[in-house]
Design a protein around this ligand. Structure first.
Ligand SMILES: [Zn+2]
Length: 173
């Protein structure tokens, strides 16, 4: 197993639409294990394949609180098939470090996907799981939570990021 590098905004690979997984083989299972390890060590509650530079429709999620046994969800080719209600949730993203913002989401979602045996399954989530499902599936479509913000808020984030980068580079001199 290996902890993979997580791509950060504004990496152009994060804006690409990912392609369906065609074949569930050993390579895919290895990637799932590496993605899970990467997510747990970050730590995060979800990770999508394009965040580690793999342009395929694959997501791992675990929203269990840290003091409880792990419950890894692996979603191959996930698709939202129904939604209910609306809510606002403060979201962050492993690809957008040190930033969070309130985003409007569906309160409850049902996702159809395949598991690692290739079987079609449905996952219904509320609360944090519903948010994670929507957030990670967005990644597969090249969408970041920043895309939902007003252009003013996005500009502020970019400015903050630029300043921090300059600060970091300054230190290395
Ligand atoms: Zn994310």
């Amino acid at each position: 197993m290996a902890v993979l590098e997580i791509l950060k905004f504004p990496d152009p690979k994060l804006k690409k639409k990912s392609l369906p997984v065609e074949k569930i083989d050993d390579n895919l299972c290895q990637l799932v294990r590496d993605m899970a390890e990467t997510m747990y060590s970050a730590p995060g509650v979800g990770l999508a394949a394009p965040q580690v530079g793999q342009r395929i429709r694959l997501v791992v999620i675990d929203v269990t609180p840290a003091n409880q046994p792990k419950n890894l969800l692996v979603l191959v080719n996930p698709e939202i098939v129904s939604t209910e209600g609306e809510c606002t949730w403060e979201e962050g993203c492993l690809s957008v470090p040190d930033y969070s913002e309130e985003i409007k989401r569906k309160e409850k979602v049902t996702v159809r996907c395949q598991d690692l045996e290739g079987k079609t399954v449905e996952v219904t989530g509320e609360g944090l799981l519903a948010i994670a499902l929507q957030h990670e599936i967005d990644h597969l479509n090249g969408v970041l939570f920043l895309d939902y913000l007003s252009s003013l808020k996005r500009a502020l984030y970019k400015r903050k990021q630029k300043k921090e980068k300059e600060k970091k580079e300054g230190k290395q001199l």
